[in-house]
Write a protein of this length. Structure first.
Lengths: 536, 254
């Protein structure tokens, strides 16, 4: 077993100072109904405030002193954030007050030895900006005590190292161990100042005088007794927030705390090996109102800079009415992280990834309703046969449908090629040209442009008029269907040419009352013509 | 003579014979998309539509046959796993017809942006992303510097940007390397490359309307048989037929 202990002595103070507050700051605690200073920052120290002095004394020294109540939830949140980050080193993590314990024996091979692993840990810790002391030892208790001793006794050269043996603890002062004030005083009055002084004493005698707690702690140090640690496990959903000490009024200044929250999200996702499908950013406004941004992603992702770039796009469009006092990021929907394979020979690399990323970028700026895809339905009614539908955010859900369409297209292309082969066997070069024109451009039976709303045309003696008289060159194609739902149609479609040469797709609405099914050539004298498409 | 050689070595000197070299280079690198029309391929500087550039399509109105002329390219490009983006098209591109032309419509993306600046933003974003093989845009108004920007974005994202504009803009200067003018002449669509690399403005290239052509092949009617004879006439009088008569007077002079 190899334990790394990360001890954060100034955590109660640092959960406040992380928000870049200047000036003297103390954290108060209550002991014996007396408000006293638990921790003070550098400015407060310089002003002469000491730990343990009363709040009134401190205030008399510095009138502008900021006093904060100890915020244990914030401390735990900070510890959990650190634990999420530390998950990259080991899954065995224990949280204690101001302390993070990592059991890293099984990760040593991965990180190529304990020196290299500790370097990774310390390098990462620098970025968090906490004051820390770190110690490695074979038991959790000794690592913890040594990390504490290191910070307390900075001049001690024996402690100025990273890797310790359990015997190193013998030189440490006795009050490192958990004990009450009375025990401490009596031990010191007995002349027992270092831990080695009591380890050589008979255990029974110590138990009788001071209870079993002291000897159990000593056994835990040496590893004689089990020291069962409660493992930290990552929560099922991500929910982190930041509260500001000052109100933020510019949306650009929101990006910095957001960046931090999103980097926590990235750590969380990496630790759980998940990708995020959607997340919610909530801005708490001054008047307790909340403004939520729902971020839907076309392609699940984990990178914080990618999330941030999308939020930036969205922030451009929203208007926050009031100053913001806090931000919260929640993520509940995840999908497993899978590796993407790429084509080696394609000139446009990484497109499978960026195809979805592009949808994300566009939807967050233009809105989901402005992006459409064409959907084919099995219906005779032209306007229902193909519809444009707002793009589905989870594109991978509609993949099977696409493959069918792809197959159709491939089938069509194959048919065309076959046709081409047959025709090119003909010897006449003139026919060849005609044939290539026809095969490369399959015959059109439907217009390439369709109007969303059919446009009514004038009727001049049974012939449609669109500015000028249209010449009907092909038709009719009768479509009479849809009686089962609310949109029945009964139409004769024609291909019609405008004198300018443009070819339109027009239809005449045949209503039931004046049907003349007996005659072969339909008469449209009193019918309404519509323009439905252009063969553009 | 060495002085002349030096001058010719200079990279900024362009020679007509370079066009031939370009041809062989283009064949090697395949930096183009076949148009599907031999008469158009012949005229285009890279013997096909460009792949990573901006081109302008100038037309007096929409629906005169631009999609028929583009559909072979669309069909080819849609086989890539990249988007073909249509930004604010005048009408809805009709799916069944596109499928008939061999277009894989699962790669077709339609974007309807409200404002002109949003359209241009969307065009640039799509082009830059590298996730689009082609972007067709119908912006209301584009400034030359915006065209330049779109062109650079197209280069970066390796996609073809086709800017659809009204033919009135043909008079305006534009940094687009390829400008195509379309017009309707009788039953035909005609294209003219009013600006292209390495050559002058082309003549009007005539395309039979595919629809009317197909109708005549299946069911000739009086109205269209006239049009089809027109097609035959133009194809018979290819320049090779004229060559002997052109040479004849010169021979007589000798």
């Amino acid at each position: 077993m190899l334990w790394i202990c990360i001890y954060l002595p100034l955590l109660p103070l640092e959960v406040f100072t992380q928000k870049k507050q200047q000036g003297a700051l103390v954290v108060e605690e209550k002991s014996n109904h007396r408000r006293q200073v638990q921790l003070a920052n550098a400015e407060a120290y310089e002003a002469g405030i000491n730990i343990g002095s009363s709040i009134s004394t401190a205030l008399s020294l510095v009138s502008t002193l900021t006093i904060k109540k100890k915020d244990e939830t914030a401390e735990w949140q900070a510890l959990e954030q650190l634990a999420t980050w530390a998950y990259q080193f080991t899954p065995y993590i224990t949280l204690q007050e101001h302390t993070l314990l990592l059991e890293v024996e099984s990760s040593l091979t991965l990180f190529k030895g304990k020196e290299s692993l500790c370097k990774h840990v310390t390098d990462g810790l620098q970025q968090w900006g906490y004051q820390y002391s770190i110690a490695c030892c074979s038991t959790a208790k000794s690592a913890h005590l040594l990390a504490k001793a290191k910070i307390r006794d900075k001049e001690n050269k024996n402690l100025n190292k990273l890797f310790f043996h359990t015997d190193d603890i013998q030189q440490c002062p006795i009050d490192l161990l958990d004990m009450n004030e009375k025990t401490k005083n009596s031990l010191i009055s007995m002349g027992l100042t270092q831990i080695k002084d009591i380890t050589c004493l008979p255990e029974d005698a110590i138990n009788r005088r001071f209870g079993t707690s002291l000897s159990r702690q000593l056994q835990q140090v040496t590893g004689k007794t089990n020291d069962i640690q409660k493992n930290f496990s990552l929560p099922r959903t991500f929910d982190q927030s930041i509260h500001f000490t000052e109100e933020l009024t510019h949306s650009s200044s929101l990006l910095f705390p957001l960046k931090r929250l999103l980097s926590y999200l990235e750590n969380y996702l990496l630790a759980r090996q998940l990708l995020c499908n959607s997340f919610v950013v909530t801005f708490n406004e001054r008047s307790q109102q909340r403004h939520s941004l729902v971020m839907q992603l076309a392609q699940p992702h984990y990178r914080s800079d990618y999330f941030l770039s999308l939020i930036k796009l969205k922030l451009e469009n929203i208007n926050l009415q009031q100053p913001v006092v806090g931000i919260k990021v929640t993520a509940r929907y995840f999908s497993p992280m899978t590796q993407q394979t790429r084509d080696l020979f394609l000139s446009y690399q990484e497109t499978a990834q960026s195809k979805h990323a592009l949808i994300d970028t566009l939807t967050h700026r233009l809105g989901e309703r402005s992006m459409h895809q064409i959907v084919i339905n099995n219906d005779y009614r032209p306007e229902i046969a193909a519809q444009t539908r707002p793009i589905s955010i989870n594109l991978h859900n509609i993949a099977p449908n696409n493959t069918i369409k792809e197959n159709n297209a491939q089938y069509d292309a194959k048919k065309t090629r076959e046709k081409q082969r047959k025709i090119t066997q003909a010897s006449n070069p003139q026919q060849d040209i005609d044939a290539t024109i026809q095969t490369q451009h399959p015959e059109l039976t439907r217009p390439l442009w369709l109007f969303q709303q059919p446009q009514p045309l004038h009727n001049k003696k049974g012939v449609p008029v669109y500015g000028e008289r249209l010449q009907l060159i092909k038709g009719p194609e009768r479509i009479e269907t849809g009686w089962w739902d609310k949109r029945p149609i009964n139409r004769d479609y024609y291909v019609a040419q405008h004198p300018t040469g443009v070819i339109y797709w027009v239809y005449v609405d045949r209503d039931k009352s004046t049907q003349d099914q007996s005659s072969y050539t339909p008469k449209y004298q009193d019918k309404q013509w519509f323009l439905h498409g252009v063969f553009g | 003579m060495t002085g002349l050689q030096d001058v010719l070595q200079h990279p900024s000197v362009w020679r007509a014979s370079d066009a031939l070299q370009q041809e062989s280079c283009a064949q090697q690198t395949q930096q183009h998309t076949a148009t599907g029309f031999p008469q158009l391929d012949k005229e285009l500087p890279q013997h096909g539509w460009p792949k990573n550039e901006l081109s302008e399509w100038l037309s007096p109105q929409w629906g005169i046959g631009e999609l028929q002329l583009l559909s072979p390219a669309l069909a080819q490009l849609s086989q890539q796993q990249r988007w073909i983006v249509w930004i604010s098209p005048p009408w809805q591109p009709y799916g069944p017809a596109l499928i008939q032309q061999g277009v894989n419509i699962s790669n077709v993306l339609l974007i309807y942006a409200k404002t002109n600046s949003e359209r241009l933003w969307a065009m640039e974003t799509c082009l830059q992303s590298g996730a689009c093989s082609m972007v067709l845009g119908w912006p209301n108004n584009v400034l030359p510097q915006q065209i330049k920007r779109l062109h650079l974005a197209a280069k970066k994202g390796n996609s073809w940007c086709l800017l659809m504009r009204h033919s009135d803009y043909a008079q305006h200067a534009s940094p687009a390397p390829l400008r195509i003018m379309a017009r309707m002449a009788g039953a035909h669509v005609e294209l003219r490359l009013i600006k292209r690399r390495g050559s002058w403005t082309s003549h009007w290239i005539q395309f039979p309307n595919l629809l009317t052509a197909s109708i005549t092949s299946t069911k000739p009617t009086t109205a269209i048989s006239a049009a089809s004879t027109d097609i035959n006439l133009t194809q018979q009088f290819t320049p090779t037929h004229f060559m002997p008569t052109l040479h004849a007077p010169i021979l007589r002079d000798h």
